[in-house]
Design a protein around this ligand. Sequence first.
Ligand code: EPU
Length: 764
Amino acid sequence: MTATLDVDLAKMLTRERHKIHLIGVAGSGMSGLAALLLELGHEVRGSDKVSTQETGRLQRLGLNFRGEHRAEHARDVELIIFSSAIKIDNPVLACARETGKPIARRAEALAAIMSCKRGILIAGMHGKTTTSAMAAHVLREGGLHPSHYVGAEIPILGSNAHWDARGDYFVAEGDESDGTIKCFHPEHTLLLNIEEEHLDFYVDLAAIEVVFAQLIVQTGDKIFYSADDVNTARTCRSCARGISYGFSEKADYHVADVELKDSTSTFRVYRGDEELGEAVLNVPGEHNVHNAVGVIALAAELGIPFQKIASSLRKFEHARRRFEIKYASERFLLVDDYAHHPTEIRATLKTAKATRRKRVLTMFQPHRYSRTKALSKEFGRSFDDADRVVVADVYAASEPRMPGISGKTIADEIVAHGHRGVSYQPRLEWVHRDIGNMIDSGDLVLSLGAGNIHEQLSILAADLVVAEKLKEIVGQAGDVRLYEPLSKHTTLRVGGPAQFWVEPRNETAFAELIRFCRRENLALFVIGRGSNLLVRDGGIPGVVIHPCGGDFDQIDVNGNEITAGVGAKLKEVAYAAKKAGLTGLEWMEGIPGAIGGGLRMNAGAMGAQTFENIMRIRYLDAEGRSHDRMRDELEVHYRNFPLLETNFAVSAVFGGKPATNEEIVRKLAESQEKRRTSQPAAKSAGCIFKNPDSVPAGRLVDELGLKNSRVGQARVSEVHGNFIVNDGGATAAEMLELIDHIKDAARVKRGIELETEVQIVGEP
Ligand code: EPU
């Protein structure tokens, strides 16, 4: 798509005032241009299908923003500028063409503005944003009042673009992705690197080099170029106005004694044989040292004294999304980076590795189908410095889908390269969970990509803040995990994750957790051994407390009384009773749950139920206060103990009767035999339905002929009709569908309304 221009764009934009409409104004490049035009005094309008923080900021500066593209936007303006992301059939563009309005591409407008100043173009495949921000910062500190245009938010510069009428220089990031870089005729060019990229636009590397060679010809004065990058050096070497920089000693400006630290780098700078001095760069990574040498060469040649340059570099702060620290604590470091090309990924991972954290966990979102396809092999070789990688699906960036290309393409290449810690997560909104569940004290988590993967890191960061507070409450002895899969903690082996999985080890911590959740308005759910639980696939939001270990697993026998913590298994109580010569508790041997669940459900077997053996219980109320209650103070029903719907059991005292060992052993054996012969050994949640008054649910299901009926991997046991078993990898959705199917059949064929005994919780 070409622009129509029979106007003097430079004059129009810098010496006159006009009504200008920008199509696609929310884009990172277009918003910077809008800022410049506003500062130049134009009446600026812009349309975009999305609004961003940046469009909000521009509106406050005078931008007239429209949330959709309409033909009429072109009518009342004198110039239309459009982004490369805008399609040919855009209504504003179409109307502008029909009515013969002047139309310019973004790069043309920017080049026109630059032509009125002494332009400095920062170009190359990787590091442009950081380097142009660094150059603008150093020139500004050096008192040159540069104007600037950078493709991202730059906190240290105040904005992504700024027009400063006082200064002569204009520092801009040149975008090579669509060939428009040939619009520029800067005074100086800083060329960082040349590599295969944007292969949706360029045929090959040679085609890319042609464009840069033309830029060199169009540059009025000096070409600062990397001596370390083979392609760049080859393209620029013969240029008489070239000034090389890099790590190579042969470079005109070079560095030595580079020392990389967690968030800074120190190095010595030389011009030829002359040592200029030491510099400390306030951003991490060897690649940034390389960028800094380019900026040092540029600034020194513009006459800024080295000491001034060095003091500016010490103060420099990153652009947003460039090794941006999202969260840092003693235990964790979360960093976001824009890297989306294999070379950038390797550089960022190298930087991450150099921080010497325990492990580097990476979430990566490929950017564009065309790049994923063209560079998949290269991507496969780029993650060696990451201990674990979760690959999301491709961020399309306005490209149509490509059959057979997805995030899995890259995950497979990484695996093929021999990496053992890689997985593919097609659901972007689950990526933070996969990484969050792996995280351990000492880890660095990195989000990589030019799309919206950083939002996943932000969610993880927010949850980590809560997780750290929870950890403080449970102390060293306790445990806190993020996004713990509940399929690991239910006997049915089904269920999505718990947002916060917390294991307190004593009553004080449990009570404090209850109070914390109340204060912070966090949902709270308590889970025991998960033997009577069906957790939906979306998991449980909020805090899931699992009281276990420590005081909670304690079993004490005192005369005829057995006191057990809620984390102790019912089976263990049965055997403690046997050891103490007490009868009445043998039935507990056959229940897979813990005391907490047994109380909550008034679990039973062999005709007995939990509360028949209870003397008293201890529980915490919704405010975390403890209470002790005797059995006769408690209201209890078949498979239901209402008090624990809003309170939380801590321990219970069971009463047994003295008996001979023989009698106890016989009863235990009876229970075992009953279980072995009438219940399945496969993964289940015990009985699914409560027994209706008219007929045991198991017999009913049997009579309905539903044994062995299945939905996916969920199947009605052939052994007992009231058990649904997981044949391996069943989902909660499958379980629930099968339950509904049984309920429907019972209702239609027998007029019986079955009620589930198993507790069904969580998000779908
Ligand atoms: N039956 C069938 N077909 C079947 C299953 C059972 O005809 O597929 C018949 C049995 O032959 C028996 C009657 O149904 O005549 C009752 O079955 P069972 O004796 O197995 O007892 P249940 O009522 O199904 C209850 C508890 C179980 C406990 C057993 C053993 C309920 C809902 N279930 O089962 O508890 O283990 O007694 O004492 O009260 C649980 O609550 O999760 C659980 C497993």
